[in-house]
Design a protein. Sequence first.
Length: 244
Amino acid sequence: MAQTLARLFLSAALLTLCGCARFPDTGTAGAGAQLVVTMTVAGAINPDMYYFVVFNTSNDANGTAGPVPVVAPPWGNGFIAGSATQFVEYHRTLPADGYAVYSFVSGSSLQQYTAIGVPTQDTPITTGANTLQFRLPLSQLAYGTIAAADIHNIQVNFLATDRIPANPLDTSAKLFDALGDSSFGSGQLNNYITISTDQATTYSNATRNIEPSGDVQRTNGSGGYSTTTEPDLDITGWSVQIVR
């Protein structure tokens, strides 16, 4: 219910906040440390599907816990499990070029989240485009007792899915891809990354090589899943650039 209400009231809230600039605007002086994030798929960004970049502001340099995809019922919030604090979503229903930033409610076991704004910059998606890009200040990733100036390590995962089940008894198929080799039996399904924000640098699939192509999964609604073909959900590239 909390997720549904958040989505129902999101348009009005974001329309008042929607002062985000579009790339390639570089006017970030005085904005503090920021993340420039990209996600690329094999096909095209499909505005009828759901794309997420999920963060866990933990200051845990070892990355012992982080965001992982939901792959079976009961579906929880329908898209992400594990440990997470905020996420950016892209979907056609969101008014700010399709992007929105949310924060999970502390203590809700990821069952409740609230809209907290939009990226400071983003790339509007045109027909056939295969890459999402947005800029997010660390001030939007402050969480609990961790202020923006105290953020040193964040776990990050990228997720693409065709739907967000709301009913824990839903047994319909669900398609998804996330960081790591999602292929059944690979053992790499929960392969989020840990980044350090202490210096300007770029993390990417080009250097990490942890996200293969052709590993979109179809759940069968009862805990099993198998590899399928859906290029619009097939994550093939990603990057997180720390700008200071």
